[in-house]
Design a protein around this ligand. Structure first.
Ligand SMILES: O=P(O)(O)OC[C@@H](O)[C@@H](O)c1c[nH]c2ccccc12
Length: 261
């Protein structure tokens, strides 16, 4: 099974009992020349893993904040290929693992095999494909595995125990537990069903489980973190970057323990 920098991050965190903080941003929002600085800001704020969204015209899982960010990036004609090329230029200055979050269409434009090779050369550690179900992942997975890129699977609130078991079997990197029914975007709180579902996933999965969708403040991040191995925050950070309020990103991240690493 594919092992990557993502596993190293979780192993380190496990040793100190800390939770991963994963930040999603839309690549190309604000211009591709901003990407390097944005990644540096995230790393300096304490982000452990960076999920890089690829702008796409029909992002079915995304709420308004991310849709708008995609529109801004597309207006600048930013494509998956441009993003991979830019990552290739800056990869030596990036420490955190990079996980691409893209719908399948932009990859089909490049071709699975070319994409996997390019992504590996650009230092990509993992990929999330929200419109590729488990049953359809094999065609691309063979190419990703060849280049040591982890395919990160999504588990939803509607996944039952058997489904969770299937998804957990052979899972790479971490399982992405979607905490709400609906699209991405900040929520004020989570329901009890979210926590019980996370407990169920945790009890079944033998890879790290990270929870995302709707986290909009540090309290929610801490709360979800207590039921999982990490949290993912997207819309809130996309919004802060867009408003130029980069300094507030660190306030969303629960403090790590001071234990010696
Ligand atoms: O924006 P939120 O609610 O914080 O959710 C994370 C999310 O943005 C990110 O992981 C993501 C963006 N688009 C997606 C599509 C599917 C799954 C996940 C995502």
């Amino acid at each position: 099974m594919t092992k990557t920098k993502i596993d190293d991050v979780f192993n380190k965190l496990k040793a100190t009992g800390d939770k991963a903080f994963i930040s999603y941003i839309m690549a190309g929002d604000g211009g591709l020349d901003k990407l390097k600085g944005q990644i540096r800001t995230l790393e300096e704020s304490g982000v452990d893993i960076i999920e890089l969204g690829i702008p796409f015209s029909d992002p079915v899982a995304d709420g308004p904040v991310i849709q708008q960010a995609a529109i801004r990036a597309l207006e600048q004609n930013i494509s998956l290929q441009n993003i991979l090329d830019e990552l290739k230029n800056i990869k030596d200055e990036i420490t955190a693992p990079i996980v691409l979050m893209t719908y399948i269409n932009p990859i089909l434009n490049i071709g699975y095999s070319e994409f996997a090779r390019d992504a590996a050369e650009s230092g990509v550690s993992g990929i999330i494909l929200p419109d590729v179900p488990l049953e359809e992942e094999e065609d691309i997975k063979v190419h990703l595995s060849e280049h040591d890129i982890a395919l990160i699977r999504l588990v939803t609130l509607t996944s039952d125990e058997d489904r969770i078991r299937e998804l957990s079997e052979g899972a790479e990197g971490f399982l992405y537990a979607v905490t709400i029914k609906g699209t991405t975007g900040g929520r004020k709180s989570f329901g009890e069903d979210t926590y019980s579902h996370l407990e169920k996933i945790k009890s079944i999965a033998d890879v790290p489980v990270c929870a995302g969708f709707g986290v909009s403040n540090v309290e929610m991040a801490k709360q979800l973190g207590s039921y999982s191995d990490g949290v993912i925050v997207g819309s809130k950070i996309v919004e802060l970057l867009h408003k130029g309020e980069d300094g507030k990103i660190k306030d969303l991240i629960p403090e790590k323990s001071t234990a010696v690493k």
